[in-house]
Structure formats: C-alpha cells, structure tokens
Design a protein around this ligand. Structure first.
Ligand code: GLA
Length: 389
C-alpha cells in the first residue's frame, strides 16, 4: 500500500535534486488510546500508530551541506550546514529534520551533508504527532543509511531530545516511541520510566468495533505555554509529595485523597489526581485488551476524558461537544486524544453507529457560531516506522 507513496516521494526527490535518492523511509502519526500527560511523569501510555505517515527520501552529500524540501512547506528548499546546527538555528517546519540531524551529531555520530525531501499526510496541528513523524522518519533514515544501529527506544529518546532541546517543546517520549515502535494491529503499552514495552493486540474488527477519529479542527496552537505549565505543576507536586515522579503515587480512594490534601494548591491536587488516575486507567485498559473485553474499554475512555476536562483542564468546548454528542448517539466511549486544547477526539463504537455519530457531531458543531466543520476518519492500527525502498 505504501509503495506508490515511496515511488512518488522518490520521483519528487529526483525532480528537486537531479539524482536518485538512496532510499525512502516513513514514520507514522499516532492516536493515543489512553494515558494522557503521563509520559513526562514517568507513567504509562497506550498509543496506536496511524496509516498516516511522514515519508522522507534521502541521499548523502560529501560537502556537509543539508538541503531540505517539504511538499507541505512553502516550496523553498531550506539550506544549512551540519556544522552550523545549534538549538533554534533553523525555524519553521525545517526545524524538525534539522533537530534530528543536530541530535545525532550531539550524540557523537559523524553526520554528513544530506539532501532530504519530505512528504506527509499526517494532518498538521491536529494532535496526531505530525512533528514526531517528521523527526522519526529522518532519524530512522539516517540510522539506516549511516549504519548506526541505534535501537528504536533510544532513537525515540533522541527524537524527544531534539524536540525538547532543539525545537524547544517540553514534550514527553510517547509520540516518538509510538512512531518508531508501534506494530500493525496492536496498541503499544509503554512504561516511559524505563522504556519497557509490549505490543497489545487490538483487533477492533473481530470485536465488531471501530475507532472513529474526529478532528475537532481546533489547532492546539496555544498548547505550548499551557503544556509547560502543567508539566511544571506535575513536577512541583511530585517534589512536594517527596516522590521522584507522579508515577510513584499509586494510591486510590481515601488514601489518594489524604495524599492530595498535602498539596497546598487546588490546581496541584487536580493535576496530580489526573495523572494518578490516568495511569490506573492505562493499566485497566491493558487488562481489558488482554482479556478480549474491548467493549468495556468504552467507559475507561470516557472517564479519561472527564479527567482531562475537569482535573487536568486541557479540553475545549469542541472536544467536549464531540464526546457528548458521540455518547448520546450511542458510542461506547469517547475522549480527546493527544496534548489537548483541541486536536482529535477518538470514539469507540460499532460500525453501524458511525453514520449517526458523525451526523450528530456535525450537527452540534453547525449549531455553534464560528466552529469549523469537524472531519472524520476511522483508525486502523498501522505499523511503526520502516524503510519503504
Ligand atoms: C503531546 C506530547 C506527548 C504527550 C501528550 C499528552 O502529544 O508530545 O509527549 O505528553 O501530548 O499525553
């Protein structure tokens, strides 16, 4: 299915640079089933790779010059040298491939000049990890081409470092690991503390279910400051509770309430409660998938949404409306996925209910002034990053 994509990207490379690429690689976007804002708290996540991917055609150069072109860019070829790379030295979309090369150099590898052509069908700004997909595609291409043999979980850590230190976004490691390590037909159960992971089979069709993805068309453009604020709140809470990370708080019920009471601010209590209960929801979701009880996942997803909305305060009216309309129209469960403040909502339901659910959400949006019309697709768990040719 991806070979046609690879041929197109390779042809575009030839048209741009006047020579054949040495290969074509791709890295997917993701949705997250459950486990939101747990990854920078050393916690658990359960992402699924999408068929949507970033693809990169690459050929090395012997002069230390890097040229980057993207079909989604402004048409220009960005040009810089490997030696000149320093945090923030390249801006805009080209910062992602530049950051990938920078982090390899920082990690001690001899990075040559390189011509790159990128093409992606991961929607930008929709909370589906379009930036991680770009970075992971370039990192995997370089790892392969240069014969570095870096294991994928470590490659994911490098991609995270590029995003943290080169691009300047304080993200966790979920998106990069999902893009590099997911397997077809499975969700990736990842412990972000030690990067241990397991593929958990997710055969939606066999269970008579689908995962509908609703793009709320709210770009999470303001997410950066708000994301950082929440991350800092979690770190402060962990300090105040005397644990390394909030992952280490395992209490529930009255015991959890007693712990929360030790935090001086209501906001810190809410942030902590989200992370602690969200980790528990990931473990519960994994148990349900292992037992083949996919329908029972619905309420776990919906509880995750309520926690994001009420405790972590990262939802928005469009996401809440999509979740509520989906549930009223008979969905088993629904939640906003990704960093928050818009992006996409995932809905677990039977295929027969999809038309009713999409109509209900579209109607609810149409009734509101100034809301973009939502977009829909169904998610099938796709393979992680790989070489296409
Ligand atoms: C963004 C970040 C991830 C993770 C999610 C929230 O996607 O890139 O590291 O923190 O938000 O779960």
């Amino acid at each position: 299915m991806n070979e046609p994509h690879a041929a197109v990207v390779a042809e575009e490379f030839v048209a741009l640079y006047g020579r054949e690429p040495e290969g074509v690689w791709q890295a997917p976007g993701r949705i997250n089933l459950i486990g939101e804002h747990t990854d920078y708290n050393d916690g658990f996540v359960l992402p699924v790779a999408l068929p949507h991917a970033a693809r990169v055609a690459v050929a090395r150069r012997d002069d230390g010059v890097v040229r980057v072109h993207s079909s989604q860019g402004d048409g220009d070829v960005a040009e810089f040298t490997v030696d000149s790379l320093a945090p923030g030295s390249v801006a805009g979309w080209a910062a992602y491939p530049a950051g990938a090369l920078w982090v390899l150099r920082e990690d001690g590898h001899a990075v040559p000049g390189i011509d790159l052509h990128l093409d992606s069908d991961v929607p930008f700004g929709a909370g589906l990890s379009s930036s991680a997909a770009l970075q992971c595609a370039v990192l995997l291409a370089c790892d392969d081409l240069l014969g570095l043999g870096i294991e994928r979980p470590r490659l994911a850590r490098l991609a995270q470092r590029a995003e943290n230190d080169y691009v300047g976004a304080p993200v966790g490691v979920m998106d990069q690991t999902a893009s590099l390590c997911c397997a077809e037909g499975a969700a990736l159960f990842l412990d972000t503390r030690d990067m241990s992971q397991r593929q958990v089979p997710l055969d939606l069709a066999a269970a008579g279910l689908v995962l509908l993805v609703v793009d709320t068309r709210v770009e999470h453009g303001h997410a950066d400051g708000a994301y950082r604020h929440r991350r800092e709140g979690c770190e402060r809470s962990a300090d105040l509770l005397g644990v390394k990370a909030l992952r280490d708080v395992e209490a529930a019920g009255p015991e959890l309430n007693a712990l929360l009471a030790r935090l001086p601010e209501p906001e810190l209590r809410r942030l902590t409660r989200h992370v602690v209960t969200e980790n528990e929801r990931v473990l519960e979701a994994v148990r349900l998938l292992d037992d083949g009880r996919l329908r029972a996942l619905g309420p776990v997803l919906t509880a995750g949404h309520a926690s994001q909305r009420d405790d972590f305060a990262i939802s928005c009216p469009q996401s809440d409306t999509a979740v509520d309309a989906a549930l009223v129209a008979g969905a088993l469960g629904a939640r906003q996925t990704g960093g928050g403040f818009g992006g996409c909502v995932i809905v677990l339901t039977e295929p027969a209910r999809v038309p009713g659910i999409t109509a209900a959400i579209a109607a609810a949006y149409a009734a509101r002034d100034g809301w973009n019309a939502p977009a829909f697709f169904t998610a099938t768990p796709a393979p992680g990053a790989r070489r296409l040719r």
